[in-house]
Design a binder for this molecule. Sequence first.
Ligand SMILES: Nc1ncnc2c1ncn2[C@@H]1O[C@H](COP(=O)(O)OP(=O)(O)OP(=O)(O)O)[C@@H](O)[C@H]1O
Ligand SMILES: [Mg+2]
Length: 242
Amino acid sequence: MATVIMIASGKGGTGKSTVATYVATELAQKNCRTLLIELDAGLRSIDVISGIDTSAVFDIGDVLQGRCDRYKAMSVSPYTDNLSVIAAPYNSYNTDFSNFKQVTDSLYDDFDYIIIDTAAGVGNAFYAACKSAVMGVIVVTPDIISVRDGRLVSDEMYRNGVNDIRLIINKFAPDTFRYSGYDDLDAVIDGVCAQLLGVIPMSRQIAVNAISGSQLTLGSQEKIIFSAISERITGKEIQIII
Ligand SMILES: Nc1ncnc2c1ncn2[C@@H]1O[C@H](COP(=O)(O)OP(=O)(O)OP(=O)(O)O)[C@@H](O)[C@H]1O
Ligand SMILES: [Mg+2]
């Protein structure tokens, strides 16, 4: 039965789609059957980051509106057979997410993990994802606005039935962190009040990959960090290294 995980944030641009794509890729590369769905209608990006932008014909809006079967909207990742991706709708008009849980329920036996990338904040896609998800991952950047908004979204997830909430601190750079208003990363964790899943550095490789849709380089620090995050999601205890 699939474990459904939603990725969320308060502030936009914290790295949700990046995190969702690389976590899903790592799970797939560890032989977990993984489905990645983006719900950010009108502002899609996972199709490019995951490298399926030229093969995706249908999207989750087509599935929800009954224009195509859910399997037809899936594109297999060019990097790993175990990862399928459903893109977000191209535009934001008229996407009704009310049937979304039926879609994820119908895929329970086909996948081990379903990763849902939501839009920033708490819109329709967020509430639809809360109905399906058992785990929520809040992605924040280490600054006061992102952390404060992350806490609000975390609380809202909890109120909507997502009990297992984890935290990823993204775009961490020690030199700028000095000006963040936080003494250390523990203060960031306390600010969101969720269990830490990982800390991802500000990375040139990640920024470049977002444009070219490439994979993380084997042996790179980024690849090791995402691999460890995916292992923690599967329940393994691996020390967090920053
Ligand atoms: N660790 C990182 N290092 C450098 N750049 C990063 C990192 N994480 C994400 N980025 C870049 O930040 C930008 C925003 O990332 P992304 O699209 O994943 O955020 P998002 O939270 O999904 O945004 P939105 O709220 O618009 O959906 C992208 O250009 C991405 O490449
Ligand atoms: Mg996004």
